[in-house]
Design a protein around this ligand. Structure first.
Ligand code: GLN
Length: 491
């Protein structure tokens, strides 16, 4: 393997480690990735800010460690010299954190998110901040106040959302891995559209300190990568208890990569894989059906036990999600008032305090964010709370119970990640309901708190990627990685 000649679109974390250990330079590698960004980003628009100084300082430090040799070189972190991008809903000192919103245009966070600190401590080279839908609300990246991201596999198509920049940057060869957030599908769906791997860790597995909140009972941070193994590596770096996030779990973090290696020699027949009928209904695009069913059939041929299962409350998931997510968003976004962060309407436009609040929020938020704040405020209001918010919470419980029951019978569940391959830019941007339906197969895992991921499983006739979703029990990321690795090996 030659680090200098392999295209940045294909490099893995393992390649980087091997290359640096045999004398290649982390500085040169970072430079190559910045050149790639210069080349692709005028078309793709995945990046909102580049943190070149910080990246180069880290790359130089990694080069010194490798040059020192011996103990010092052996003790470099798991991600030493790996170029990584960070979704703009996570804060990183030295770069604005806009969350894709005008209201945070000039916000300079004075601290790093815990996941950022952990990446850097593991040796990662942080290249910059990645474009996303405003406050992570969207499924196409067209809701970014800074302009949409294009799918690097086909520039007329959306990359998915809301972490579209994170998926596109990995697909375009701009970085080897990236971080995104997933509240209802925002890691898995763009991973599926861009043909990369994306992981939704179990709720509470990864710290959210420094994540700009959307819906706190659903939000998770997780990795994008080119291979299942790379994703497992990044997750093992970012997962684990954080004293700064009281909602983070104190369960020990398994060594996901070691478990993946250990499982490679175990028989496939010990895996029972459930296929829920509700995820293969009439609305499913025929090419997605063919690719996903093909992958499932091949996993069966490898020896896995494939079982039909039922998740009967699936059809209530979208309405329940859009009540709960908007309710929580309306509360979380109340803090953007022109006083504490970012944009404030100028005094000549707003004479009183309440005028200032109103003008600031009117100018600062985009249409989708306003729609969600209004919806969320409505479902929480006196007289409607029981009919909407409370009912949605009850439905959420039933959806969770569906999964708990299914996981008595199977070790993992296989579904399409999204009902279609990437759609065209503009195709759904005037139809919020059609856009919300893009999340139909992903929101259930967020409601239930379970883990999952999307792994490429084929291409459409027009060469657009298709993703297989693998869902696992709470804290059973290891099984999800194991199944995903088998699916990846079929490609
Ligand atoms: N597309 C979904 C939404 O708009 C999910 C977003 C997300 O996971 N952040 O709410």
């Amino acid at each position: 393997m030659n680090l200098e000649t392999k295209s940045t679109e294909r490099l893995t974390i393992h390649d980087v480690r091997k290359g640096l250990a045999s004398g290649s330079s982390a500085v040169a590698l970072a430079e190559r990735h910045y050149s790639c960004i210069t080349e692709t980003d005028p078309n793709v628009h995945a990046w909102l800010a580049l943190t070149r100084e910080r990246a180069m300082a880290q790359a130089e430090c990694i080069d010194e460690q490798f040059h020192a040799g011996g103990e010092v070189a052996n003790s470099v972190g798991l991600l030493a010299g790996v170029p990584v991008g960070v979704k703009d809903v996570l804060v990183m000192q030295g770069a604005p954190a806009t969350a894709g919103s005008k209201i945070l245009e000039d916000y300079q966070p004075p601290y790093d998110a815990t996941v950022v600190t952990r990446l850097e401590a593991a040796g990662a080279v942080l290249m910059g901040k990645l474009n996303c839908d405003e406050f992570a609300m969207g499924s196409s990246n067209e809701n970014s106040a800074y302009g949409p991201v294009k799918n690097p596999r086909s520039l007329e198509h959306v990359p998915g959302g809301s972490s579209g920049g994170s998926a596109a940057a990995v697909a375009a060869g701009n970085c080897v891995a990236s971080l995104g957030s997933d509240t209802g599908g925002s890691i898995r769906q763009p991973a599926s559209f861009c043909g990369v791997v994306g992981v939704l860790p179990t709720y509470s597995r990864v710290s959210r300190y420094g994540l700009i909140a959307f819906a706190s009972s659903l939000d998770r941070v997780g990795p994008f990568a080119r291979t299942v193994r790379d994703a497992a590596k990044v997750l093992s770096v970012i997962a684990g208890h954080d004293p700064l996030d009281a909602t983070s779990s104190s369960r020990p973090v398994p060594d996901y990569v070691a478990e993946l290696d250990a499982s490679a020699t175990r028989p496939a027949s010990e895996l029972r894989l459930g296929v829920p009928a509700e995820y293969f209904s009439d609305g499913l695009d025929p090419e997605v059906r063919t690719a996903v069913e093909g992958a499932i059939r091949q996993l069966g041929e490898k020896g896995c036990v494939v079982k039909p299962i039922s998740l009967p409350h699936t059809r209530y998931a979208i309405p329940a999600y859009y009540v709960i997510a908007t309710a929580e968003a309306s509360a979380n976004l109340a803090r953007f008032d022109g006083v504490r962060y970012g944009y404030r309407a100028p005094a000549e436009e707003a004479k009183t305090l309440s005028e200032m609040y109103r003008r600031t929020r009117d100018k600062g938020f985009g249409a989708e964010v306003k729609r969600r704040i209004m919806l969320g405020t409505y479902v929480l209001s006196a007289g409607y709370y029981d009919a909407y918010y409370k009912k949605a919470q009850q439905v959420r419980r039933l959806i969770t119970q569906d999964f708990l029951d299914a996981f008595k019978e199977v070790d993992a569940i296989l579904t399409p990640t999204a009902p279609t391959p990437a759609f065209l830019l503009g195709e759904k941007s005037d139809d919020p309901l059609a856009m919300y339906l893009a999340d139909i197969f992903t929101v259930t895992a967020n409601l239930a708190g379970i883990c999952g991921m999307s792994v490429p499983c084929g291409r459409s006739k027009t060469d657009l990627p298709i993703g297989l979703q693998i869902l696992g029990k709470h804290f059973d990321e290891s099984t999800v990685f194991r199944v995903a690795q088998m699916a990846e090996d079929l490609q």
